[in-house]
Ligand binder design. Structure first.
Ligand code: NAD
Length: 485
């Protein structure tokens, strides 16, 4: 059986406490790996290794050499793409095509931030002084130290490298705590780091859980320079509290309950295709996905009928089967949560437009975390399935009459991660995009991502922005140097 270890100071290690935990397949629920759980002593060792690397070879590298190393990491990830894809599929059960896309983004996260740091300009100010000789001010960026990176399970490699790429590009060291559900690709990245000669201690991985385990030890560690987190809003709040002791900066990318807004003048086929993807891609386990769909009344029946057909035509199945567009949920635990919302929707009086249950799966797959793609209609906005993040392949569709009304309804929750607007009216598209309370807004598209753009959530969906030069604000200390002439 596969055994996954921590990666500390360039070496794969067992947990100091000698404890392991099991990783189960989302496809069958069979145990597929054991994972060495990091004890507090391992987290201490990982942070110490990061600090030593900063004082040693990593801290002494020139920017050009660091950029070369990051590009080498990306190239080695591409060379080992099949290994990464296989590991991601084993951990998550996602369709092969989705895993391929996510792993390619993993390598891109190193390339893009290598380019960003290479090209970032600096501020410069000449100032007058009483003696007439003047002074020059310029700013330089310095690493913040060892960054704690706490990751979720829904796009493990993509989301982890989205943090590790810029953190290393800025010259920091990292200690990564992958989700307990998805330990494999973080470990593989350790092999890549060693293969291309990234100094020991720059990239460390500690496996385990949240409270009372590696997550908490990392978030509360006094020697961590900053903490970057992706996951649920309530976990983010706990991490923010932990970071307050020691006043460390946090960057939080958290939950959402994102609206899709479809006006009657939209291109129907494009709106259906985009909304379908935004509801069901990765089995609905995408933070940017749509769980609330608002459709202008004149278009509502037509849209719902088309969404029903499209949802019913989705093929749920194992990763390598041709034509499969949706895999299982991550775990039985998450499936219980999602199915509790399927039941709650019916209790609250929803019309089940499509799905609503569990598909029959053959053989060993019968034990997997499968659910049907599901569409509901007929509920008021204050129903639980219209307010709470479910993080499954489901959405509620409701009609609206005016632009003002739909903006108010879209903005009625405490979440504000993303929104998708579908219309052919350009002026309206700009108006609604500006009015919707969200960190990311798509018009006539969904999930188009340019990694140079700011990314993050409004309201309780996030604190801070990462992406492009915005990542530098978090991963560096900006220092002003004033030179008297
Ligand atoms: P989660 O909050 O349960 O766990 C995330 C990570 O935090 C895991 O590694 C977990 O072990 C760790 N953790 C849990 N409690 C902790 C604690 N007290 N201290 C330190 N670490 C702790 O989230 P999840 O279920 O893995 O991921 C799904 C959630 O992530 C959804 O809410 C989704 O919207 C969100 N998400 C947000 C974004 C974004 O960019 N905004 C992206 C992806 C996922």
């Amino acid at each position: 059986m596969l055994h996954i270890q921590n990666f500390i100071a360039g070496a794969f290690t067992e947990g100091a406490g000698g404890k392991n935990f099991e990783k189960r397949s989302p496809l069958t629920n069979a145990v597929i790996a054991t994972v060495a759980e990091a004890a507090k002593a391992d987290v201490d060792a990982a942070v110490a290794a990061g600090r030593a690397a900063l004082k040693g070879p990593w801290g002494k590298l020139t920017l050009a050499d660091r950029v070369d190393l990051l590009n080498a990491v990306a190239a080695e990830m591409d060379r080992r793409a099949e290994d990464f894809i296989a590991a991601e599929i084993a951990d998550t059960g996602m369709p092969a095509g989705v895993a391929k896309h996510m792993c390619a983004r993993g390598a891109a996260n190193f390339r893009v931030f290598a380019d960003v740091v290479k090209n970032v300009p600096t501020e410069f100010f000449e100032m007058a002084t009483p003696d007439g000789r003047g002074a020059l001010n310029y700013s330089i960026r310095r690493p913040v130290g060892v960054v704690g990176v706490i990751c979720p399970w829904n796009a493990p490699l993509l989301l982890m490298t989205w943090k590790v790429g810029p953190a290393l590009a800025c010259g920091n060291a990292v200690v990564v705590k992958p989700s307990e559900e998805t330990p494999q690709t973080a470990a593989l990245l350790g092999e890549v780091m060693n293969a291309v000669g990234v100094p020991a201690g720059v990239y460390n991985v500690v496996h385990g859980f949240g409270p009372g385990s590696a997550g908490e030890y990392l978030a509360t560690h006094p020697r961590i320079g900053a903490i970057t987190f992706t996951g649920e809003t309530r976990t983010g709040a706990a991490i923010m509290k932990a970071a307050a002791d020691g006043a460390r900066p946090v960057s939080l990318e958290m939950g959402g309950k994102n609206p899709g807004i479809i006006f009657a003048d939209a291109d129907l086929d494009a709106a259906i295709e985009g909304t379908l993807r935004s509801c069901f891609m990765n089995t609905g386990q995408v933070c940017l996905g749509t769980e609330r769909v608002f459709v202008e009344r004149a278009f509502f029946d037509k849209f719902v009928a088309a969404l029903k057909t499209a949802a019913e035509n989705m093929r749920v199945g194992p990763p390598h089967e041709p034509g499969v567009s949706m895999g299982p949920l991550i775990s039985q635990e998450h499936r219980r949560k999602v199915l509790s919302y399927y039941a709650k929707a019916v209790e609250e009086g929803a019309t089940v437009v499509a799905g609503g249950g569990v598909p029959e799966m053959p053989g060993d797959y019968a034990g997997g975390a499968w659910v049907q793609p599901t569409v509901w209609a007929g509920l008021p906005d204050d129903a639980a399935v219209c307010r709470e993040e479910i993080f499954g392949p489901c959405c509620h569709v409701s009609p609206f009459d005016t632009e003002d009304e739909v903006i108010e309804r879209a903005n009625s929750l405490d979440y504000g991660l993303s929104a998708a607007i579908w219309t052919r009216d350009l002026a309206r598209a700009h108006r609604v995009a500006a009015a919707v309370e969200a960190g990311v807004v798509w018009v006539n598209s969904w999930f188009l991502r340019d990694l140079r753009t700011p990314f993050g959530g409004a309201k309780q969906s996030g604190i801070g922005r990462e992406g492009g030069v915005h990542s530098l604000e978090f991963y560096t200390e900006l220092k002003n140097v004033c030179v008297k002439l």
